[in-house]
Design a protein around this ligand. Structure first.
Ligand code: NAD
Length: 510
């Protein structure tokens, strides 16, 4: 944290466990945004109990009624977007246009979830097979009940909405604990739902405020699932807190996304995308590009273009309208970025743009690091800052091997023409964009989530709706037959028929 940062913005993240309230701050100026109560376990429990009543009401509504209410919510968010974007700019620090993009994506996802829930989750018939031919079989996706959503601060609207919107559309009530750094934004989202549904007898979207201890309380409150988005380190604690009660968890954790640039890539577009993927939102993007592997034959051209583009665009952080991106939202994150840059340079890497002096909290200037050893923290750990490492590779084989040599596996990108799709398939990550970055997040029908240290489970799309549902299998005997196999009174002929069936269907030598 900078001296400036620590003087003006006490770290909400070190909230004492017994603190009864906390403050969220404007990360650019350090001014106070709002004060919130840090809810105790008993208070969280009371909110969850009320949400359980709301869940019963909400689950009993028709698909069409839930869709109507969710779209009304999206409408309130869309009409109030100016106010929400200003709040996002103030409490998270990102530029207004980026806040708008985030809000745009969030309402698109709510709209998709609302409109597709019935189609994805409605009961369906399933073929029974010979053994149970006299039964009807059906599959249903039932709501879980109450879903606890624990959110991060970097995309305080879009990210929690990926869980909230899909969980609500699947018929659950939701209790949201936003990040302590962006609680006012979480409160705005929850209030918008109440505003959109003034006639609702129960509030199906509820807020609990606080830092880690309140998160623990939510994990231990008896909710039917925890949808966690945050760091892998905290994710482990969430899983531990959920383990005694076997509360299921969805883990949306961090990443160390790589971009691969092939020899036949459009280098201008690749450079543009690398910059956006690495620097937008001050690099505080779970699916931000942190590493670039570029094939040697075009490496020099790529680097020259990258450097020139940064200068031409005059990429600068700041708080005003001309800023490319804002401050570090969480002051202590600047320390992590500085540590990674220092380590990269101490280990033989070169800063071709920015460098050690780039970190002036709460702002970090763009930094491009060349030929950093693969075992340095700048390559191995999530940096979450406007920095990028670039390394030449002899071919796409080496690029894939290095891109996959990380415990993380959230997103990735490939630039190239021939063979780019094949490379995309081989990347060990939940999502890959070809000739773009982060495009998958903008497609509501596509699932979003990672592998390894990046977590498990999926938000968005049909998988995201099913993630917040309990699959229920039902069989119903339609009629009786003399050939029932599962009775002590079964006829020997039944077993003879079944034996014959197995021989004919599977037992013949080909
Ligand atoms: P964090 O892990 O510090 O905190 C996340 C949330 O967990 C906060 O609400 C926090 O109050 C809460 N929390 C802290 N301790 C807890 C505990 N012991 N039990 C329960 N809850 C607890 O993460 P952050 O700094 O807010 O967010 C940044 C991280 O989130 C990055 O690693 C980023 O990559 C990741 N992220 C992932 C995605 C994704 O979809 N995969 C999206 C956005 C951010």
């Amino acid at each position: 944290m900078s001296d400036q940062g620590s003087a003006t913005a006490p770290a909400v993240g070190v909230l004492e466990p017994d603190a009864s309230s906390f403050v969220s701050y404007d990360p650019a100026g350090g001014g106070e945004v709002a004060t919130f109560p840090a809810l105790s376990a008993a208070q969280v429990g009371a909110v969850v109990a009320e949400a359980r009543q709301a869940a019963a009401w909400w689950a009993a509504l028709s698909w069409a009624e839930r869709e109507r209410r969710l779209l009304a919510w999206a409408g309130v968010i869309a009409r109030g977007r100016r106010e929400l974007c200003e709040l996002v700019h103030r409490e998270n620090g990102k530029p207004l246009d980026d806040a708008f993009l985030e809000v745009f994506l969030a309402v698109e996802h709510v709209g998709w979830a609302a409109r597709h829930a019935r189609k994805v989750l409605r009961p369906r018939r399933v073929a029974t097979g010979l053994l149970m031919a006299n039964h009807a079989a059906s599959l249903e996706y039932q709501p879980l009940g109450v879903v606890g959503v624990i959110g991060p601060w970097n995309y305080p609207v879009f990210t929690p909405m990926g869980s909230i919107g899909y969980a609500l559309a699947a018929g659950n009530a939701v209790v949201l604990k936003p990040s302590e750094y962006t609680t006012a934004i979480g409160e705005w989202i929850v209030d918008a739902f109440a505003q959109a549904n003034p006639d609702a007898p129960h509030q199906v979207l509820r807020l609990v405020t606080g830092a880690g201890q309140t998160g623990v309380a939510l994990c231990e409150s008896g909710v039917d699932k925890i949808a966690f988005t945050g760091s892998a380190r905290t994710g482990r604690k969430v899983m531990a807190a959920c383990a005694p009660s076997l509360t299921p968890v969805l883990m949306e954790c961090g990443g160390k996304d790589a971009m691969i640039v092939a020899a036949d890539a459009n280098l201008g577009q690749a450079v543009d995308a690398a910059l956006w993927g690495a620097m937008s939102n001050a690099g505080q993007t779970c699916v931000g590009i942190e590493r670039v592997y570029v094939v040697d034959s075009v490496k020099d051209e790529f680097i020259a273009e990258l450097t020139a583009r940064i200068q031409k665009l005059a990429l600068k952080p700041g708080d005003g309208p001309g800023a490319a991106y804002g401050p570090m939202t969480m002051p202590s994150q600047a320390d992590v970025v500085r540590r990674h840059i220092d380590d990269a340079l101490a280990r033989g890497g070169t800063a071709i743009v920015g460098g050690a002096q780039a970190v002036r909290a709460p702002y970090v200037e763009p930094t491009v690091l060349l030929d950093v050893p693969e075992d340095s923290s700048a390559v191995c750990e999530e940096t979450f800052g406007p920095t990028i490492t670039v390394k030449g590779v002899k071919d796409l084989e080496e690029a894939v091997a290095l891109a996959n040599a990380t415990g993380y596996g959230l997103g990735s990108a490939v630039y190239g023409r021939r063979g780019a799709m094949a490379v995309a398939r081989r990347l060990r990550s939940g999502m890959t964009s070809v000739n773009a970055v982060i495009a998958f997040a903008g497609v509501p029908g596509l699932p979003f989530g990672g592998v390894g240290e990046s977590g498990f489970g999926r938000v968005h799309g049909a998988d995201g709706l099913r993630e917040f549902s309990r699959t229920k299998a039902i069989t119903r005997r339609r009629y009786s037959t003399p050939f029932e196999p599962t009775t002590f009174a079964r006829h020997p002929k039944t077993m003879a028929i079944l034996n014959k069936y197995v021989t004919i269907r599977y037992g013949r030598k080909k």
